[in-house]
Design a protein around this ligand. Structure first.
Ligand code: GDP
Length: 435
């Protein structure tokens, strides 16, 4: 089977990733002859593809003087045994000499290597991570220990690059959509309503540990994959009632998707758990559509009932103001196709890449007209901007004094981008940087 080895200096966070990959599966310490007992082995899977993970951190001691020789030995073993190697770095400590030596060994190996930068919990660290480009690499992945985000993107690529024919994603490149929300909000009802016609379902893939089902949906000119955890919900109706489990399940479905439909119960309104699911989708930079379901149960509807409901939610979610909000009844099928149409629009918005020339042509005059407020007589001059080649929109604005650009101006910039280019439902990152 395919083996993924995690290598890196001591204490960069290898075992955290290892445990995360294994989730509730038990770690096995393999003591077979010829296999170092200190390495930890375990089984994991992603999108239904099983693989073995090795945590080479078996030697880790709480001591930075761990012998160079010992690390090299681990890395060599990983290169020899593994199908692919995940090289972990830590943004807090930055790029060290040992990191460079490890990378030198990996570079010479004829195996796929994934550079993963751990502890990237904010945009500040996202920027600091660019330091690792010095290794001469052109791609890396960032992981957040605080939110756990980033694992999905990494595993998508790791699994896709497996050399055998074991994995062949029939849904590659198709929009992946998931419906999340509190228990009993109507997720299954909507899923069933969408998939009512068997001809619409071309293939199902059942994940093993993840218990998520992916169904290809083809209807009314749309083609997308519905990532669904319904099977699991039925099995665990009891634990479903515990907020922790339903949020955890949502996290996994969210990581695996491009667009998240957050379903809210119209009779209950937007509550704390909806807010936390929204936060998870936002931090994972997924497209978002909010669907207020069971609208049929809202009695005595007046012209502004919908408007007031919508305004109350927008007020609570704050700044990210152009998330589509729809009102549906999964039961009577009212507006469920509208929900799909909107999710597809958000998918396209998230994918869009603005040409650099166009971006500068539109944004520079805006900055000229409304520059950041001067601080102590110093003026910020924004000279140039680019969109990063990331899966969700991120923009870098080059200027003379990035430290003088404060939060309100970043929000202003984000809102202008939304207004000019149409990023409805899509989290945007805006960075100001010195040229
Ligand atoms: P899930 O736990 O989110 O998957 O919720 P279900 O789809 O199992 O729905 C829970 C209950 O709410 C079921 O009895 C559904 O029939 C009902 N329900 C779902 N959507 C609607 C709706 O739009 N209107 C009404 N009146 N009931 C609904």
């Amino acid at each position: 089977s395919n083996i993924v080895a995690i290598v890196g200096r001591p204490n960069v966070g290898k075992s955290t990733l290892f445990n995360r990959l294994l989730e509730r599966r038990e770690a096995i310490v393999d003591s077979t002859a010829g296999v170092t007992r200190d390495r930890h082995y375990g089984k994991s899977d992603w999108n239904g593809v099983e693989f073995t993970v090795i945590d080479t951190g078996g030697y880790d001691v709480n001591n930075d003087d761990i012998f160079q020789e010992e690390i090299s030995k681990q890395v060599q073993l990983a290169i020899d045994e593994a199908t692919s190697v995940v090289f972990m770095l830590n943004v807090e400590e930055g790029l060290t000499e040992t990191d460079q030596e490890i990378y030198e060994m990996l570079r010479r190996a004829n195996k796929p290597v994934y550079i993963v930068i751990n502890k990237v919990d904010s945009s500040k660290e996202e920027l600091a991570a660019t330091e690792f480009y010095q290794l001469g690499i052109d791609k890396y992945y960032t992981l957040s220990s605080a939110t756990g985000s980033g694992t999905g993107e990494l595993l998508d690529d790791v699994v896709k690059d497996f050399p055998t024919t074991e994995y062949n994603d029939p849904f590659e490149g198709l929009p992946k959509i998931t419906i999340v929300g509190r228990p009993n909000v109507g997720k299954s009802t909507l899923t069933n309503a969408l998939l009512d016609n068997e001809r619409n379902i071309v293939t199902n893939i059942a994940g093993t540990t993840r218990d998520s089902v992916q169904s290809l949906y083809k209807k009314f000119g749309h083609e997308f994959v519905l990532v669904d955890t319904a099977g699991m919900r039925k099995k665990n109706k009891v634990s479903e009632d515990l907020e922790f489990y339903s949020v955890m399940r949502s996290v996994r479905a969210i990581e695996n998707s491009d667009v998240v439909i957050i379903m809210v119960d119209a009779t209950l309104g937007w509550e704390a758990q909806d807010m936390s699911i929204f936060g998870i989708a936002q931090r994972n930079r997924k497209g978002i559509v909010i669907v207020i379901n069971k609208w049929d149960l809202v009695e005595d509807k007046k012209t502004n009932t919908m408007r007031d409901f919508e305004a109350a939610i927008r007020h609570k979610i704050g700044q990210f103001s152009d998330v589509p909000i729809l009102f549906t009844s999964a039961l009577t099928k009212q507006r469920i196709l509208k929900a799909v149409d909107t999710a597809m629009e958000v998918y396209e918005n998230r994918k869009q890449k603005i040409k650099t020339s166009k971006l500068n042509e539109v944004m520079l005059p805006i900055f000229e007209n409304t520059p950041p407020p001067a601080i102590k007589g110093k003026y910020v001059k924004i000279k140039y901007c680019v969109q990063l080649p990331t899966p969700s929109p991120q923009f870098v604005f080059f200027c003379n004094l990035p430290q003088y650009v404060k939060e309100p101006y970043k929000r202003f910039t984000e809102n202008q981008l939304r207004k000019e280019f149409g990023f409805s439902g899509v989290p945007i990152e805006v960075y100001f940087r010195q040229k």
